[in-house]
Design a protein around this ligand. Structure first.
Ligand SMILES: [Fe+2]
Ligand SMILES: [Fe+2]
Length: 275
């Protein structure tokens, strides 16, 4: 893990008073906690991805320094904050074991070959990921009625939107050099959108279920249904509007085209993200 001391964090989980958590209220929403757990695994696995990503940008001090000193510590804190919250509400849940199992599988899916062919296009892909997380935490925030979780997810969402803005700025910086056209940008965008669901969250949820419901570990149908139920929680609370607006930005479409494709894209997004 990288040193977090050089960067002043915009907020700190240590400053949030967990004794304010309404445990009973939080624990009744089991599906939401399963989802939070899966999110905490993916966030906590970020440092693996960053070392690859900063290698990809190693001769650009502006980008690699931001990745190492701001982006990564903030993402790691997202994982830690959610873990802290889960431990408080589900003290019996063995987060460390579940995460270790997840990480073992997940780490094999992250490699440099998974990157886009150019730096600008990789930045487009990163914008998609931040769009996904910003949308996810907004949805979680919306379906929770527990005040501390609302506060934490609001902080996280704000971070994700700021990350998006950085990646977008770096996309523009590199695309000035690379000059990728809209079709190339759209390609990178779609490739990453398609990837979002089928890998990371599927692996994470599976490892959450295995520790939470060990007796159902090998019950494939049960786990599939549970996954669908957890994902539908997000889909029902998804702000497709915000999501599409963020996704479309790197395409820099003329204003007159945008309203026409906005609605169909919002519908597609709803189906693709969190199926
Ligand atoms: Fe995050
Ligand atoms: Fe982020």
């Amino acid at each position: 893990m990288k040193d977090e001391s050089t960067h002043v964090m915009p907020w700190r989980i240590e400053d949030i008073d967990l004794t304010r958590v309404e445990r009973q209220r939080a624990a009744t929403n089991e599906d939401l906690l399963l989802l939070l757990c899966a999110a905490s695994f993916i966030e906590s696995g970020t440092d693996l991805y960053t070392s690859n990503l900063s290698k990809f940008f190693n001769d650009d001090p502006e980008v690699s320094s931001w990745l190492n000193h701001e982006w990564e510590p903030e993402e790691m804190q997202h994982g830690r904050a959610l873990k802290t919250y889960i431990n408080y509400v589900w003290p019996e849940f063995d987060w460390d074991t579940a995460f270790a199992n997840f990480f073992d599988e997940y780490s094999k899916t992250c490699d440099v070959e998974g990157f886009e062919k150019t730096r600008a296009l990789e930045m487009v892909a990163r914008c998609v990921v931040e769009t996904g997380t910003a949308t996810l935490y907004r949805a979680i925030n919306e379906c929770s009625d527990e005040p501390v979780l609302k506060e934490i997810t609001d902080n996280i969402r704000t971070d994700e939107v700021r990350h998006y803005k950085h990646f977008f700025k770096y996309f523009k910086k590199y695309n000035k050099i690379e000059g990728n056209g809209r079709l190339a940008v759209l390609g990178a965008l779609m490739r990453r959108v398609m990837e979002i669901k089928n890998e990371d969250s599927e692996i994470a949820l599976r490892h959450v279920f295995a520790i939470r419901y060990p007796e159902r570990k090998d019950d494939f149908a049960y786990n599939r249904n549970l996954s669908a139920r957890v994902n539908s929680l997000v889909r029902r609370n998804l702000s497709a509007d915000l999501c599409v607006k963020m996704l479309l930005k790197p395409l820099d479409l003329p204003a007159r085209i945008q309203p026409g494709i906005h609605y169909p894209l919002a519908k597609i997004t709803q189906h693709v993200f969190f199926r």
